[in-house]
Write a protein that binds this ligand. Structure first.
Ligand SMILES: Nc1ccn([C@@H]2O[C@H](COP(=O)(O)OP(=O)(O)OP(=O)(O)O)[C@@H](O)[C@H]2O)c(=O)n1
Ligand SMILES: C[C@](O)(CO)[C@H](O)COP(=O)(O)O
Length: 253
């Protein structure tokens, strides 16, 4: 006999942001782990979490913290709570960025369909950029990366050449018009990213989309934003302070 009992609708599938924040910040110089260093008087991580929580799409934020700082990060985020519609989870990170992202993915509940991976070290990404990436995944793309044209001319050197430490023979000058500098958040259909990390997570890659490319899955770029730059070296922090001060003056926050 056919069962005619009406089925209750399934709950909607949600979007989560995984924020790798477990790096030391060696290139920024000695001090606390980079994500916990202040920007405008507030730890960089709090800015990154706010940026993700402010985006319309995101309803869960998973912060991947330096293992020794998990309790401190939980307290910090309790002091700076997200909007009520956004849940927050903190998990310990690993030795590499990829390992940290993998640990964040392992903490996601089943109802997450779209994952945005966002560096804590990109604290000033505008909410519109986050929503553009999430919307492109929701519209059917399996991997979406915000990117900007490259403004410097780029030279290619031989494999194994020491970075910038002396005379290096140039091997080629790639056509700059064909190059893009990529940012985060990178957005993925959850199954695609899980598979990429399961199969290639132990390989070397500097971003998550690089792992997805190895699956043979198409990756698409959308326009990034200048203010989504990564705080890597001390001068980046000077720029970040200036951008934040300008925003506070313009927006009064
Ligand atoms: N083991 C690691 C290494 C990096 N990251 C995170 O990955 C993002 C991008 O990495 P990067 O800017 O290179 O940060 P660090 O690894 O901290 O920088 P450095 O190489 O200068 O130490 C950062 O938000 C960083 O916290 C992480 O979660 N776990
Ligand atoms: C993921 C990333 O931010 C994209 O630009 C970047 O590749 C991270 O690289 P890093 O080696 O951790 O600085």
């Amino acid at each position: 006999m056919t069962d005619t009992t009406p089925k209750s609708p399934s709950p909607p599938l949600r979007t989560a942001a995984v924020i790798p924040a477990a790096g030391a910040g060696v290139r920024l110089g000695p001090g606390a782990p980079k994500a916990l260093r202040p920007l405008g008087g507030t730890p960089m991580l709090v800015h990154a979490v706010r940026a993700m929580a402010r985006a319309r799409a995101v309803s869960l934020v998973v912060v991947v913290a330096p293992p020794a700082e998990v309790a401190a990060v939980r307290s910090l985020l309790d002091e700076h709570p997200p909007p009520p519609a956004v849940d927050q989870v903190v998990v310990p990170g690993g030795a590499t960025r990829q390992e940290s992202v993998g640990l964040g993915l392992a903490a996601l509940p089943e109802d997450i369909a779209v994952v945005l991976v966002h560096d804590a070290a990109r604290p000033l990404v505008p909410a519109d950029t986050v929503d553009t990436v999430a919307a492109a995944v929701r519209a059917g793309a399996r991997a979406v990366v915000p990117a900007l044209p490259v403004t410097d001319t780029v030279k290619q050197v031989a494999p194994g050449a020491p970075a910038g430490d002396g005379p290096e023979p140039v091997v080629a000058t790639p056509d700059r018009a064909l190059l893009r500098a990529v940012q985060t958040p990178q957005g993925f259909d959850r199954g695609t990213l899980d598979e990429a990390h399961a199969r290639f997570g132990a390989d070397t890659a500097t971003d998550d989309a690089g792992l997805v490319e190895r699956l043979g899955v198409p990756v698409v770029l959308v326009r990034g934003h200048e203010e989504a730059f990564k705080v890597t070296r001390p001068l980046d922090l000077v720029l970040a302070e200036a951008v934040l001060a300008r925003r506070r003056m313009n927006d009064g926050f």
